[in-house]
Design a protein around this ligand. Sequence first.
Ligand code: PMT
Length: 406
Amino acid sequence: MKLIENKNILLGVCGGIAAYKSVELLRLLKRHGANVKVFMTENSEAFVGRLTFEALSGQPVCSSLFEKVGSRSEHIGHIDWAEKADALVIAPATANIIGKIANGIADDALSTLVLAVTSPVIICPSMNTNMYRNRALQRNLDRLRQDGLFVIEPESGELACGTSGPGRLPEPEYILDRLLFRLSPKDLKDKNILVTAGPTQEYIDPVRFLSNPSSGKMGYSIARAAEKRGGRVVLVTGPTSLSDPLNATVIRVGSAEDMAIAVFEHMEHADIIIKAAAVSDYRPVDPCQQKIKKEKDEIVLSLQKNQDILEELGRRKENRLLVGFAAETENLEKNSVDKLVRKNLDIIVGNLVGRPSSGFGSDSNKVTFFYKDGTTESFPEMGKDEVADILLDRIVTMVRYRLSDN
Ligand code: PMT
């Protein structure tokens, strides 16, 4: 997640039972390379000790309006950090801080900081359900949205006070995801992006199938990254254990035939199609209706070729930008370029598979992009999220180039 690496993220913590989740959020931000400075309200110290935040952030916590930075008296803590901030996240945000922000009140370090920052501000309300539904609170939240602050809705569920309903602070991973959404360039805004991911399963009998080790991670990373950049994403995915990317239309399929139906149904509206799925090339000619019994020492399985979905997309492509993947164990360049040409693609992402840290199942990938103009770009091994972002960077450039060409 390069987006927050070495960036100054300010974390505001208010007095609520959910303050313990801010500790995990801080750890996540640090894990992704952010410099984090924590601002605590006086009440929050009743829930989590400042030492915890100081130890994990490696920075003194700011809770006083009069904290100075260094020895120079003109450097006041909250002003100094406000100027350096790349984003401010307040989690949990109580009704009190929301009311203060909505009305421009600055009577402690955190509320004063909010007035002084010019970076994006993300507010994560968390409180008792009745307080959350209160009209004054909702009015204040509307005011915040109108003022350009980004409000992350609380989750519904059982709350610490015993009531049930909206008011629970979302999980730190979700808050981080929405922070990245807020900070991402919206260079795919209004673009319809169709992504495929995962394996397909070709059943031999009701309890056995032919498949491959695709986990879906590569395709899901692309879908998540495209959504953050403002794209309208449709994800057609084979069976995976991954949770649905936020704000994407997710269509779960089983076989290559099911995937073909879903892809052709959604291709019409797509501006960009990215096929990261590992589609089975063959399926059993005559799958058994009942479980095959272990009676014979040897059985022969007859297979027939599945339709090549990508090749068909290449035929019907028109103005769409079409990207394929090639999973290769050898001759990466030759095999990838063959597919690029045969399937009429704009880019093919060649990836070496068959090693633990690249290709199927891993969190990282080692890829080379082959472009239709004959150029190539090779990358060192990197996280699949990073591969997804670089691929989308190249796609955005190609789309812009085409628009300026027309
Ligand atoms: O899911 P992960 O665990 O994260 O692993 C990622 C990955 C290794 C699956 C991914 O990076 C990848 O390489 N996907 C393509 C795998 C593959 O099927 O490669 P291929 O060389 O067999 O196919 C080439 C292209 O044609 C692919 O875009 C594929 O989606 C497409 N295809 C293939 C066969 C078929 N019948 N229809 C297709 O559309």
